[in-house]
Design a protein around this ligand. Structure first.
Ligand code: PLP
Length: 301
């Protein structure tokens, strides 16, 4: 049947009819359509296209297993609530993500799940999932990368003072995140750590920041308009099982010069050590990083 057809380049699953229906309205598998990713599928007046008005999640798939399914779905739901989209049918969305992963011919892929506010005037979200082969991060996972800090232009309490700016929701508006990465490349670095106007460490454009201070792994608190990272959560579980402490707190930019390790983590890259920040070399524990990398890659859910 059409659903069994492997698609080589990418796979595309549309959640149909335009999600979300109230939970339990239809069996999720009846609501999925597999379509040709090479053909145009999105309406030109879809608000996701015309205004970037929508949300997304990128799921890592390693050895055919979709990683951190529930944490991604919970974050998607939080984003949907922040944008005041209709309540999501998370079962249908999970099925779509798993089907997109299963239909791809490769076992190590990413699945992007997108929900927009829908076609202008219809007030019915559009949703789709597709699987694709992500960038190859193996070189930087082993050898590390240079990173620059960039000002995000907001104070760290932005989510509380100005919630309409949607900081902390995973919206489709990633043009700024990509522009920041191009700025990093111009400065001879591969990635960015955003810093608030009042001097606090936030996150990367597509990643969570982790540092090690003594025997404690630290990540910036998420009440600063940043995302709760699914990879960071998994990493905290792993390092706790290795006997390290973990802490969520406010971190000043100046502290980063004193750390015993600094990493960027995300579903796509898993874990990458930062070996140079704003031109200053940082300590890099290769063995510990490779141990964590292996454990992150062997996650299943
Ligand atoms: N922060 C931002 C802004 C991101 O875009 C991402 C992932 O794309 C992350 C953090 C890391 O999240 P996760 O580990 O769940 O992929």
């Amino acid at each position: 049947s059409e659903k069994e057809r492997p698609v080589t380049d990418a796979t595309l699953v549309i959640i149909d009819p335009a999600t979300p229906l109230p939970a339990g309205t239809a069996a999720p598998e009846d609501r999925l359509r597999v379509l040709d990713p090479q053909q145009p599928q999105i309406n030109v007046t879809d608000l996701g296209v015309t205004r970037g008005d929508g949300i997304f999640e990128t799921f890592g798939v390693v050895g055919g297993d979709v990683q951190a399914v529930q944490p991604h779905l919970q974050r998607l739901q939080r984003s949907a609530r922040m944008l005041e989209l209709p309540e999501l049918d998370l079962d249908a969305i999970e099925q779509a993500v798993r089907l997109a992963a299963r239909l791809h011919e490769r076992d190590d892929v990413l699945v992007k799940l997108i929900i927009t506010r829908g076609i202008e005037g219809l007030e019915q979200p559009t949703a789709w999932a597709y699987a694709f082969v992500g960038d190859d991060y193996s070189h930087r996972q082993h050898h590390g990368m240079k990173v620059v800090t960039l000002d995000r232009g907001y104070p760290r309490d932005i989510a509380k003072t100005s919630p309409w700016l949607l900081q902390g929701a995973k919206t489709l508006s990633y043009a700024v995140n990509k522009a920041a990465l191009r700025e990093a490349h111009r400065r001879g670095a591969e990635d960015v750590i955003f810093v608030s106007t009042d001097g606090y460490v936030l996150e990367g454009p597509t990643s969570t920041v982790i540092m090690k201070v003594g025997d404690v792994f630290v990540t910036p608190r998420t009440d600063q308009g940043i995302l709760e990272g699914t990879t960071q959560a998994a990493l905290f579980g792993i390092v706790a099982s290795l006997g390290f402490g973990t802490d969520y707190r406010y971190v000043r930019r100046s502290e980063l010069d004193q750390v015993d390790g600094l990493w960027s983590v995300s579903s796509g890259q898993q874990i990458t050590p930062v070996i140079n920040l704003d031109g200053t070399d940082l300590p890099y524990d290769r063995e510990l990083t490779q141990t964590i990398l292996k454990r992150l890659q062997s996650r299943t859910s």
